[in-house]
Design a protein around this ligand. Structure first.
Ligand code: ADP
Length: 473
């Protein structure tokens, strides 16, 4: 049996800011049903839901050296949905309101990386593969190489969920926290423009690299998407694989979803209308089943193409649609949607918060789902939309390209709408086209059925991970 330990900063339902949490909350369970034993290790955040927190069991504690600092490190555990989760407990670093966004984020995850390596001796689980996710865990493969030769048989995989966030910090700090010699800080190893990054550590020192779609795996080898790491990624191109994320088809299933107003499925789409009018009522929109709703559920950051929306928002609204937003992020985008509510009362709803239940309701109630990203490693929003028969309008890049097939009115093929260039009017034209076709009931129903027939469950992708693990050991 393959023994895998996944190290991550987010896991549903314990801690979530984006798609990383969805992946870590669902992939391990699926792998466990395919002859692997996967366990997960993450920080014990103060923000974990109290009910879950109470169930976590204290196992033992150790002290961990972060440079000259000696830090308490509790090791706790909880089996959840058949997966054993280990929690690294340190109140100073992790008992805070949010998961990220602090000045000392790099030090917090430096502590976490060292804690993961030190915890191995205590959890009685020496994995065949340490599978690390995103920059927060990028230094684990580096210190494994530098300080833990006793685990030389354990291999490492690093998965890029988003290359944009790299965990930049100074070389002196990095040397101090991880007790690393000068040797590690040359350009072919950790140095990057006179500084260093956790991400570069993961990319340089892991045995294999993956990212979350085939298209993004190719894109990041070009300067536009490569965030300064395209040279390294090209040098390691034979070790870099794209494996598309799946979604948890149990959590996101309109036939069984208890969070939505009315359950529905491919062959009884009537329930979708009830979701629409109920959401309109709840959010104070005009209740009108004939108005198309465009949904947007997203972190409100530049990556998500929000400046395109800003540029042509009035034109979008002149199509007679309603626009429902759920998200938090940069102040300018939060304000942009708040202002839109006062300009279009009863037609725009801006929900500037993080709310899982409302997310499910919006996926179920919307007709169209907008995702015009500047770049998108995989994107889960459009995949969840497809599952709910809500037609995605996307920019054809990264994982969006790998999951959404633009509608072809001549052949009837497609499950959504797409545009290529990062251009507000190209997006607007595509939205207009989507609105025009969605007003035709037969076309809309056909699109919904083909969207709901897609299979983006974990089945196929989990098999690819198993193959990769086997290849490595
Ligand atoms: P990213 O990981 O870049 O944020 P993804 O599309 O891969 O983008 O994943 C986003 C995930 O987070 C989806 O499950 C989406 O529904 C969820 N999400 C994003 N913003 C919110 C929010 N404000 N409230 C609830 N869920 C959200």
């Amino acid at each position: 049996m393959l023994k895998i330990l996944m190290a991550t900063s987010e896991v549903c339902p314990f801690a979530k800011t984006g798609g990383l949490a969805d992946v870590l909350g669902s992939l391990p369970g699926v792998l466990n049903s395919q002859h692997a034993e996967v366990r997960v290790i993450l920080p014990k955040y103060g923000s974990i839901n109290e009910k879950l927190k109470k169930k976590i069991i204290h196992k033992c504690y150790i002290f961990v050296n972060v440079g000259w600092r000696r830090q308490y490190c509790g090791i706790e555990e909880l089996e959840h949905n058949g997966v054993k989760h280990y929690f690294i407990d340190n109140e100073y670093y992790f008992n805070r309101e949010n998961i990220y966004g602090y000045e000392d984020d790099c030090e917090r995850f430096a502590f976490f990386a060292i804690a993961v390596m030190e915890a191995l001796a205590k959890i009685d689980f020496i994995p065949d593969i340490l599978h690390c996710h995103d920059w927060q865990t990028g230094m684990i493969p580096v210190i494994k190489e530098a300080h833990y030769s006793k685990y030389k048989d354990t291999k490492t995989i690093f998965t890029i969920h988003n290359l944009k966030y790299q965990g930049f910090c100074g070389i002196d700090q990095m040397k101090d926290w991880f007790s690393l010699k000068d040797y590690f800080f040359t350009h072919d190893k950790l140095e990057i423009h006179g500084a260093t990054s956790f991400m570069k550590g993961g990319l340089t020192y892991s045995n294999l690299l993956t990212t979350v779609s085939e298209t993004y795996a190719r894109e990041i080898r070009n300067p536009f998407f490569g965030e300064g790491l395209e040279g390294l990624l090209n040098a390691r191109k034979n070790d870099l694989k794209g494996i598309l994320n799946g979604v948890d088809y149990k959590e996101y299933n309109p036939l069984t979803d208890n969070l939505i107003y009315e359950k529905y499925g491919r062959s009884k789409l009537g329930g979708k209308l009830i979701n629409k009018t109920s959401l309109q009522k709840e959010l104070g929109l005009e209740v009108d089943e004939n108005r198309l709703i465009i949904g947007l559920i997203s972190r409100l950051v530049d990556q998500k193409g929000l400046d395109l929306i800003n540029h042509v928002f009035d034109e979008i609204m002149s199509e007679g649609v309603q626009f429902v937003v759920l998200g938090t992020g940069e102040h300018k985008y939060e304000q942009m949607f708040r202002k839109a509510v006062s300009k279009y009362p009863g037609r725009v709803s801006a929900n500037i918060k993080f709310n899982n239940t409302l997310a499910h309701k919006i996926y179920a109630a919307s007709d169209l789902f907008l995702m015009p990203s500047l770049f998108e490693p995989c994107g889960l929003g459009q995949i969840i939309s497809l599952r709910y028969g809500t037609i995605p309008i996307v920019r054809e890049i990264g994982g969006l390209k790998d999951t959404v097939i633009p509608y072809n009115e001549f052949t009837g093929e497609g499950n959504g709408f797409g545009f290529v260039n990062y251009n507000a009017h190209e997006m607007l034209y595509t939205i207009q086209r989507a609105v025009r076709f969605s007003k035709k009931k037969t076309v809309l129903n056909k699109l919904r059925k083909s969207a709901m027939s897609c299979d983006f469950s974990w089945n196929a992708s989990a098999k690819k991970y198993i193959e990769l693990y086997k290849e490595l050991i």
